[in-house]
Design a protein around this ligand. Structure first.
Ligand SMILES: [Zn+2]
Length: 384
């Protein structure tokens, strides 16, 4: 829930913002966004009750989220202690390591504390979406690292996010590409909720504003490509991206356009949100997160020989080793993403080495062809 109610309704965008194009692989991940999962997780979230900092409901919700992340196989799970007005609670930070830029982060965040009610919309909606993103992306390669962050004490004045920036982001000099905040995207049950507000930074300091505008344009394009929603552009304020924004980081965010009257009351229940709307927001969010973190597919189109080609290390700095169980003569080819052949040779052994030390950093496709089949894999060249 926003702290102030100064609204300028921006233009409704319906045209393509830039040259970003639809990505089939990202669409395949968007297609995995599951209505029932979101409904179930949001219902569980609401059932914990009012989750103010220091409450047992907040602890229960935190432990429940940790359990979900663990059940999906995440291991880099951190709890960051937050203290305010004699109460203690925790931000939850789950990190997924990127393949190309492991030390550069896309942060997707939303608060999980609630005030004066169960907070199904504010911010169970954002919480359930972030959880669904994390579930689907667990074993998906992304070029950038992703931090899934659930902040506490947002409702007390962005306390959890302020303390995170102060305790972790600044001292550790975290390299953050983008902070993508989701707060209150539940819509209103029974209403037509067909528009999502994308928020860009229009406040001081100004030097990060143009990059925020650029990322927000990309967010709007992704919402159009991967959801059924119309887009409203507005400005960012009153949620957990603010502490990052104030330190010069680049932010963007999502907020409902049809603003619910129920947040911060006992009426902010599952019965009063629009799950169809949340599902559409989640689909657009997945498309955007895949785009921001650059999710990519490691292809293995081998039929019966699937897995019979092993490459390592990947990412590679100098020598790429290619191992295969296939006997006989094989053609090996390395292409860049435009299809240009960078390297090719023929080999008969089960092991082959390619010197990548003079190749520019980037993504390449390794093709191995024998008489029967082709296998291709994405290879990342990254010089240390
Ligand atoms: Zn909120």
């Amino acid at each position: 829930m926003k702290l102030t109610y100064i609204f300028i309704f921006g233009l409704i965008f319906s045209l393509k913002i830039n040259a970003q194009t639809h990505n089939d692989f990202h669409q395949s991940l968007v297609d995995q966004v599951n209505y029932e999962n979101i409904e179930e997780n949001l219902t569980d979230f609401a059932n914990f009750g009012e989750k103010q900092l220091g409450s047992s409901a907040a602890t229960n919700a935190l432990n429940w989220m940790v359990g979900l992340y663990q059940s999906w196989g995440y291991t880099n799970i951190e709890q960051h202690e937050v203290n305010q007005w004699g109460q203690t609670g925790y931000n939850l930070i789950v990190t997924k390591t990127g393949s190309v830029y492991p030390d550069t982060y896309i942060i997707i965040d939303g608060h999980y504390d609630t005030i004066n009610g169960p907070g199904a919309n504010d911010n169970g909606s954002g919480t359930a979406i972030i959880l669904e993103m994390a579930r689907i992306l667990k074993d998906i390669n992304t070029e950038y690292s992703i931090k899934f962050i659930h902040f506490t004490a947002e409702e007390w004045g962005l306390i959890g996010s302020y303390q995170y920036v102060e305790d972790i982001v600044i001292p550790q000099n975290l390299d953050i590409r983008l902070v993508f905040n989701i707060d209150q995207v539940g819509g209103i049950a029974g209403d037509i909720n067909d528009t999502i507000t994308c928020e860009r930074d229009e406040s001081s300091p100004n030097y990060n504003n143009s990059q925020s505008a650029d990322f927000t344009n990309q967010l709007m394009t992704c919402m159009e490509l991967y959801s059924d929603l119309d887009i409203n552009l507005s400005y960012a304020y009153g949620s957990d991206y603010v502490p990052f924004q104030e330190e010069g980081f680049v932010i963007t965010g999502l907020y409902e356009f049809n603003e619910s009257p129920y947040p911060h009351s006992s009426q902010d229940t599952v019965a009063n949100v629009d799950f169809d709307f949340i599902h559409q927001v989640a689909k657009g969010t997945m498309g955007a997160l895949c785009h921001f973190a650059q999710a990519f597919n490691v292809m293995e189109t081998d039929d019966q020989n699937s897995g019979s080609v092993i490459t390592f290390p990947n990412p590679v700095d100098k020598i790429l080793t290619v191992k295969t169980l296939r006997s006989g003569e094989k053609q090996i080819q390395l292409n860049d993403l435009s299809g240009k052949i960078i390297f090719q040779d023929v080999f008969s052994d089960n092991e082959f080495h390619i010197d990548t030390s003079k190749m520019p950093d980037g993504i390449y496709i390794l093709n191995i062809l024998d008489g029967k089949s082709v296998s291709n894999q994405k290879i990342i060249v990254q010089h240390k």
